[in-house]
Design a protein around this ligand. Structure first.
Ligand code: ATP
Ligand code: MG
Length: 294
């Protein structure tokens, strides 16, 4: 469990007057101060994904993720959280609706192109090159996005590796650099996954349940890495652990049955009656972490 004192310390710094359950998050973040950055880094409208079996995973979603902020997406199992990330990253094509990234319509843009444009993601089940070292996994992830071009020569490899040291550092895995990725523990592999996503030098980082299955110590390490992320990167994190969410998120979006249930600060969301009912409906009890923050 995350250190609750650090969670409440964080909560006290949240704005007290943000309007609850407001889907209008149009104010510009202080960190999004370069002219080429749109206030709304991600904007989805009428976004819908129906799978062939008939499941409506995402049903007409309208929401925005502001530039340079930390956004969390929560909701019961099957709410459509992973599907939303897949649609934003371009791994899935929507059945209907539009996706705008930094002011540009990317609804029909391929996953590879979106990645080049600056959208990176991690997965619920991280995949890495097991026989390669941690450092080489990061170098490989950086390669398509780096300015290093031409044949794979030792000098180029060295310069690429050196430029990747900062990603190892941000992910807190410098000490593991020469370890084969296949020998990593679960939590270490998750941190590598984050390092690999950072190596794409993203503007938007989509994280799918990064804290899942981590020990208390692993969650602390993850929190440290999250706080070390470049300020200008827009982060969207799907997570069930509400203490974790409260510790890092500026805004929380709650999905239920593929629809928007509520948007607000962690404090507002923890106190939101509809959100509490959504969790009660699933498990019969409000998660401890939600109780702790209310
Ligand atoms: N490829 C697929 N084919 C058919 N149905 C799918 C597919 N992927 C997801 N679904 C269904 O869509 C719904 C939303 O799934 P999704 O994985 O987005 O939920 P989630 O909110 O990420 O859940 P969890 O918290 O369990 O990870 C679920 O009913 C799921 O069974
Ligand atoms: Mg999921």
């Amino acid at each position: 469990m995350t250190d609750v004192s650090s969670v409440s310390a964080n909560m006290s710094s949240l704005p007290a007057n943000a309007s609850s359950a407001s889907a209008n998050m149009s104010s510009v973040s202080a960190s999004a101060n370069t002219s080429s950055v749109s206030a709304n880094m991600i904007e989805v409208s009428g976004l819908t994904k129906a799978f062939s079996g008939g499941t409506l995973a995402v049903g007409g979603l309208d929401l925005t993720f502001e530039a340079g902020r930390r956004h969390a997406v929560i909701g019961p199992n099957g709410a459509g959280k992973t599907t939303l990330l897949n649609l934003i990253a371009g791994e899935l094509r929507p059945t209907a609706g539009r996706i705008r990234y930094n002011g540009r319509d990317v609804t029909r843009t391929s996953r590879v192109k979106r990645s080049r444009l600056g959208i990176a993601r991690t997965f619920q089940q991280p995949t890495v090159w097991s026989t390669l070292s941690v450092a080489d996994n990061i170098a490989l992830a950086a390669w398509p996005h780096s300015k290093v071009r031409g044949k794979w020569r030792r000098g180029r490899y060295r310069s690429l590796s050196e430029s990747c040291e900062r990603y190892l550092e941000t992910a807190g895995i410098t000490a593991l650099a020469s370890r084969p990725a296949g020998a990593l523990a679960h939590g270490e592999r998750r941190m590598l996954d984050i390092g690999m996503a950072l190596a794409a030098d993203p503007r938007v980082l989509l994280l799918d349940e990064p804290a899942a299955g981590l020990t208390d110590q692993g969650v602390e390490r993850l929190l440290t890495a999250m706080r070390a992320l470049p300020e200008e990167v827009t982060v969207v994190v799907v997570e069930h652990d509400f203490a974790f969410v409260a510790a890092i998120a500026d805004t929380v979006t709650v999905l239920q049955d593929g629809k928007l249930l509520a948007t607000g600060t962690p404090t507002e969301i923890a106190a939101d009656a509809a959100v509490r009912t959504a969790y009660l409906g699933e498990s019969g009890a409000v998660p401890d972490a939600v109780e702790e923050v209310v």
